[in-house]
Design a protein around this ligand. Structure first.
Ligand code: NAD
Length: 411
């Protein structure tokens, strides 16, 4: 059992002042693997104050200083990639092969892109040719609170942390309380890379606590959030009173339109893409819209792909899909599968309950619903599990109309 109860504030690992312990659960076997601390308001305030103090100096550092530090972070990340993959698999259940490649790789890709962009970015430039004496100076926004979800942890965390640091902002990261281990490892790397104290801070916590406190904090200038639409709305409201800049990446119900002349692998690819990361991707193509003449065959193919999809624990090698992240998520998915059955969608693969042989762990049967119409709950709500809905269409116009017919609020 890992003890991860400290936060990283002002360049040091520190004990929480008044926080509460929380266990991190391995979704493959439901065993606790680490204890973190859900931070208190004092922890939040301490981190924000550290970021505020560090901002004045950090925001005017020479660009080359920032490039050098980010290059050191990149070396750390590359060296410790195997450990990062283990942490991701342990905390959120992505199979090792996926963690080692796409999960860790997405973070590295964002690191490289940010460094490349920083190298080419001119913070001071002329307005235009006609006004040679007018200058544009790009300045860092200030203290940025970065709130992230659990499904692609390093993808989302690095996509926020590194560009913010590159721009000269100081940051407080609040990773998902469900998947905090990869972020704690990243904080170790940032520490080893030698960033000045207070530039990067990590406070663990939940949405109602540290998340809400950061969103409303008068000394936070911007909140960047990825997660559910529900939380995005709450954050936007909380940030309004202090007129913060807010950047949101929320949920989705992606449509994959397959016409009759699509290549023969289009359906198989669509199912696999939907099930990738056990369906826990905001861009998962979860509504497969199929032209009527191909429809029956597509349903058959999709059901066969689902039936052949292997399931397994995250620590095992192989191309299987893992469990979903938590008991809450498992229960939510079961509720949505039941809603699909109750509404009369035709279940052609998977369904309720755990797959055979998987009593422990949050494993879900790869599930396909056919004969879905776009008014059904399973066509409107983001399931965030390996559940695909198939909807027939007769014309391109109809397909586009169905694809665009999503509720403003998804979950
Ligand atoms: P979530 O919204 O429950 O949690 C995300 C983060 O927000 C966590 O750190 C959580 O502690 C925090 N949070 C929750 N409520 C909050 C509040 N009221 N105030 C401040 N912070 C709060 O989402 P999740 O379950 O971790 O992630 C799944 C969701 O994220 C899905 O809807 C998915 O589509 C979405 N997502 C979107 C993208 C994208 O790029 N658009 C990427 C990944 C995930």
């Amino acid at each position: 059992m890992l003890n991860k109860q400290q936060h990283y504030i002002d360049g040091a690992w520190v004990d929480s002042l008044g926080g509460a312990p929380m266990e991190v659960i391995n979704p493959s076997n439901e065993a606790p693997v680490a204890t973190i601390t859900l931070g208190s308001e004092t922890d939040t305030n301490t981190a924000v104050a550290a970021a505020r103090r560090a901002f004045d100096d950090w925001s005017i550092t020479d660009k080359n200083t920032r490039i050098e530090l980010l290059e050191r972070l990149r070396s750390q990340y590359e060296e410790r990639a195997p450990q990062m993959a283990e942490m991701i698999s342990l905390e959120m259940g992505a199979p090792m092969a996926l963690s080692q490649t796409a999960q860790v790789g997405a973070g590295l890709g964002h690191l490289k892109t940010a460094i490349r962009e920083l190298k080419g970015f001119e913070f001071e430039r002329g307005l235009n040719e006609r006004s040679p004496n007018d200058q544009i100076h790009y300045e860092a926004i200030g203290v940025a609170a970065l709130i992230t979800p659990w499904n692609w942890p390093m993808n989302q965390v690095i996509l926020k942390v590194v560009p913010a640091l590159a721009a000269g902002c100081t940051v407080i990261l609040k990773p998902s309380e469900i998947a905090p281990l990869s972020s704690l490892l990243l904080a170790e790397m940032i520490d080893s890379a030698g960033f000045p104290a207070g530039v990067f801070n990590l406070v663990n916590g939940d949405g109602m606590g540290v998340g809400s406190q950061l969103s409303a904090h008068p000394d936070v200038d911007m909140v960047s959030f990825t997660g559910s639409t529900r939380a995005g709305i709450a954050i936007t409201k909380a940030a309004a009173d202090t007129v913060k800049r807010v950047s949101l990446e929320l949920g989705g119900k992606g449509a994959n339109i397959i016409f009759a002349d699509a290549d023969e692998k289009a359906v198989t690819r669509g199912v696999r893409h939907c099930f990738n990361n056990t369906g826990q991707s905001c861009n998962a193509p979860t509504r497969m819209l199929v032209e009527r003449s191909l429809y029956n065959q597509a349903v058959e193919t999709a059901a066969a792909v689902a039936a052949k999809t292997e399931i397994g624990a995250a620590e095992l090698e192989g191309r299987h899909i893992g469990p979903v992240v938590s008991e809450a998520q498992y229960n939510k998915i079961q509720g949505l599968i039941k809603a699909g059955i109750d509404e009369g969608a035709r279940l052609v693969a998977g369904g309720l309950g755990k797959p055979e042989g998987f009593e422990r762990g949050y494993f879900v049967k790869p599930t396909i619903f056919a004969d879905v119409n776009n008014d059904m709950v399973i066509a409107r709500e983001e399931v965030f599990g390996p559940v695909l809905t198939i909807i027939p269409f007769d014309s391109e116009e109809e397909a586009i109309q169905i694809a665009n017919d999503t509720p403003l609020r998804i979950n």
